[in-house]
Design a protein around this ligand. Sequence first.
Ligand code: F6P
Length: 334
Amino acid sequence: MHLGRTTLSQFLIQQLKGSDQQAALADLLVDIAAAVKAISSMTAKGALAGVLGSLESQNVQGETQKKLDLLSDKAFINTFHLGGLVAGMASEENEHPIVFDDLEAPGAFLAVFDPLDGSSNIDVNVSVGSIFSILKAPEGRLPGLADFLRPGKEQIAAGYAVYGPSTMLVLTVGQGTHGFTLDREMGNFILTHPNIQIPAQTSEFAINTSNERFWELPVLRYIEECKAGKTGPRGRDFNMRWIASMVADVHRILMRGGVFMYPRDTKDPSKPGRLRLMYEANPMSLVVEQAGGKASTGHGRILEVQPDQIHQRVPVILGSSEEVDRIAGYHEAG
Ligand code: F6P
């Protein structure tokens, strides 16, 4: 394939040739790209389109919803509904899964997504994103809650869009992680970052250090050692970055390595972490693993976690494999 000339559709036809199910998955990913284009256009217009600011409403986790959260959610729901390929979907903005029971036949897939991740950044014009996870739908019947509650290793596709200086779509169908850049004039996503590989080592970490007093010992140890720099046990200087949009932070790690952490902490002991397993941690973990990185809770692979709720949270440590192994090792050591 000629780099810079391969469109998303051409790429997917190549990667997903074979069964009808694979062809349908390619169509679904093209549908997702259409929703992403619509959201990209809204985020790019910003205040001019009157889409900034908050609503009166809160989502199921008690967070104030932004206008763009709901507009983005609608863009995905409409795309999935019209496309007819999805039997049901769940998102950050809806308490319960939505089942499309008015289709001629139930679609072959389930979609779980965060329509606009990092929404605290919307109003200050900093990168935000969308994250999606695709599972197989049950055959011949409408899906129920249990059909959604599958461990991340069962995802058949996952990815994210980052609405930054350029809009990029990064995805995997289990054959590597690939990045596409939106050519706004042509309206196409073009393959610009084939076979992304995360370096195994890094000297950069991403964590919200304002939570330091709530961290558990293994995380404290890791960050202390990084901060000690050249004269500390790691023998080199580390850098820190925190955008506070998971999509943008993870995108940076895919581009140049690093480790991203939102670990379990003692801030609110009823929560096992901040990030949501099904529509943040799982899709990002698959993307990262397919790029040669690792993703752990500190005590095991994120993709092995059996969900018991759509909106459940999980500790997240992901990125360069040797660093994730090191942090997991510190958790094992207790
Ligand atoms: O969805 C949660 C999220 O906005 C992530 O995108 C981001 O990584 C994190 O929260 C930011 O958390 P904090 O507000 O603690 O920096």
